[in-house]
Design a protein around this ligand. Structure first.
Ligand SMILES: NC(=O)C1=CN([C@@H]2O[C@H](COP(=O)(O)OP(=O)(O)OC[C@H]3O[C@@H](n4cnc5c(N)ncnc54)[C@H](O)[C@@H]3O)[C@@H](O)[C@H]2O)C=CC1
Ligand SMILES: O=C(O)[C@H]1O[C@H](OP(=O)(O)OP(=O)(O)OC[C@H]2O[C@@H](n3ccc(=O)[nH]c3=O)[C@H](O)[C@@H]2O)[C@H](O)[C@@H](O)[C@@H]1O
Length: 472
């Protein structure tokens, strides 16, 4: 099928590349001319595991092209994906100006043939009909013939860092539309994914496809992200209670997660959720609720709990170091999660603000953020090229992002380079006992100290063994 994807960010580019990989003819449009030139030369503007290779392979196979010319994309595509950003406005509402610009542009360039216009961006509930109207307005401006099109909501559930895997192995595909013709075309489009032709486990039953009305599909996207964010805020709150009563949140999470009604995913306590979507999407849902006369108290608490949680590492540092003014704190990781170069709304940024406000000197090492990144929000910190350089002269380290390479560091060496080897493991990611043996004062989130025997001394894998043995 002929597909046009408008917006080539974390979602649009992955969608375009994966649709080409399953055999469709894809043209990706972006209004950032430099980005388009980069992609035309075979380079991905973002880091996502496996993306560059798949992108170049599909370009070479003649299934994937890039352009800055929306007219070319609209002419070529039978299915037009809108995948531009919908960041938060200061009010918490979603900023839909990029979606509006694209919808109007599509309308201006429509050429008479039937098109399916797909909202892949996360758009406020009710946007499907709004997009239809904007497209019609654009068409009237462009004086095109009466356009023939339908609007579909097809929310995206991929995670950064595993975006390609998630695209080929989705838990479900949601298609919201009132048009049978559009729904049928969307089902044809996704057939190779639904039948798991590109899945890691091809023998699993087909991927469930949920066909809904537009509004329900749009609400599913917000509800999914709000639920996941609430689940994390919940376990973080339990972790804070664990800190006070001496329980271990990693064991509590195991214990509740074995209940299939609860499930074991998204129960990792830490320094809070961040990224380009959870913060803005939960805020946008609260905002929508308010617009419709409902006070979404639970979601507000989810946000507030997370705001506090992001600074919990500072409380822990203050307990050990007391005065932070004049101390040097090293951050292991900056991105909001591992395997991405994305710093949008990363908890690290709040930590940096607060630590510098308290007079601490902040250093950081992140495998994908280099000192020449020229980000104003990182201007007040020292970015180092590796973990040794980071640890050198630090009073404490905070593990912010659970990059795999942080498991393999020589912590005894790092400890020897530090003023006072203390580490706050903001993701409960490291083996507490090994860190203690390496000379560190190890502090987890919601975990008791190691000075008395507790299973906290075990690594996550060892805890899994305990469960298996117990089951046997
Ligand atoms: N990042 C993620 O993991 C996920 C994001 N989403 C949603 O997908 C949407 C896109 O998010 P990201 O890919 O992260 O955004 P992004 O900011 O990485 O990419 C947006 C792209 O759209 C381009 N763009 C803006 N205006 C344009 C226009 N008028 N014409 C053509 N291109 C234009 C920008 O240059 C940029 O390349 C958002 O609504 C987001 O909420 C949904 C699921 C996952
Ligand atoms: O709408 C979106 O953009 C996407 O948002 C999230 O994906 P993403 O933000 O890429 O990353 P997640 O893996 O969900 O992590 C989000 C944040 O939660 C934190 N997190 C996650 C899981 C957990 O147990 N604990 C926890 O603190 C992570 O560290 C990270 O800061 C959702 O998981 C995707 O389904 C959704 O498509």
């Amino acid at each position: 099928m002929q597909v046009c994807v408008i917006g080539t960010g974390y979602v649009g580019l992955v969608t375009g590349v994966c649709l080409a990989q399953i055999g469709h003819q894809v043209i990706c449009v972006d209004n950032d001319v430099e980005k388009v030139k980069l992609m035309q030369s075979g380079q991905s503007p973002i880091f996502e595991p496996g993306l560059s290779q798949m992108m170049t392979a599909n370009m070479e196979a003649g299934r994937l092209e890039f352009t800055a010319d929306l007219q070319v994309g609209v002419d070529r595509g039978e299915i037009l994906f809108i995948a531009v950003g919908t960041p938060a406005l200061p009010s918490g509402a979603s900023d839909t100006r990029y979606v509006e610009a694209v919808a109007r542009g599509i309308g201006q360039h429509l050429n008479g043939g039937y098109k399916v216009i797909v909202n892949k961006s996360t758009v406020p509930i009710g946007s499907g009909d709004w997009v239809r109207r904007i497209v019609l307005d654009g068409a009237a401006e462009g004086r095109s013939e009466t356009p023939s099109f339908d609007v579909v909501s097809n929310p995206e559930f991929l995670r950064e860092g595993s975006a390609i895997y998630d695209t080929f192995n989705p838990d479900r595909i949601v298609i919201g539309s009132s048009s049978e013709r559009a729904i049928d075309l969307m089902q044809q489009l996704y057939a190779p994914i639904v039948t798991r032709q590109f899945a890691q486990y091809p023998d699993l039953p087909p991927v469930p496809v949920l066909v809904t009305d537009l509004t329900s599909a749009e609400t599913i996207k917000y509800a999914a992200n709000a639920f996941l964010a609430t689940k994390i805020s919940f376990i973080n709150e339990v972790g804070n209670i664990c800190d006070r009563v001496g329980a271990d949140v990693t064991l509590v999470a195991k214990g509740i997660g074995l209940d299939t009604r609860i499930g074991n995913k998204f129960l990792q306590a830490g320094i809070g959720w961040g990224g380009s979507c959870f913060p803005k999407d939960v805020s946008a849902l609260v905002h929508t609720a308010t617009d419709y006369g409902y006070n979404a108290q639970l979601l507000k608490a989810t946000i507030e709990t997370n705001r506090q949680q992001r600074l919990i590492a500072i409380d822990k540092l203050q307990q050990v170091l007391k005065i932070l003014k004049g101390k040097t704190v090293g951050l292991l990781g900056l991105t909001f999660k591992p395997d991405t170069d994305d710093l949008r709304d990363a908890p690290a940024l709040d930590l940096i603000d607060r630590l510098t406000h308290l007079g601490a000197k902040v250093k950081a090492y992140d495998p994908l953020i280099s000192s020449d990144c020229n980000r104003p929000d990182l201007a007040k910190i020292t970015l180092t090229a590796n973990a040794q350089e980071l640890a050198s002269g630090c009073d404490a380290l905070v593990l912010v992002t659970e990059w795999q390479e942080f498991q393999e560091l020589d912590y005894a060496l790092l400890a020897s380079l530090m003023e006072r080897p203390t580490i706050v493991d903001g993701r409960n990611y490291l083996d507490a006992r090994s860190l203690a043996n390496a000379g560190f004062d190890y502090i987890g989130i919601g975990r008791p100290p190691l000075d008395r025997f507790t299973p906290s001394a075990f690594s996550p894998a060892q805890i899994d063994d305990l469960i298996l043995n117990a089951a046997a």
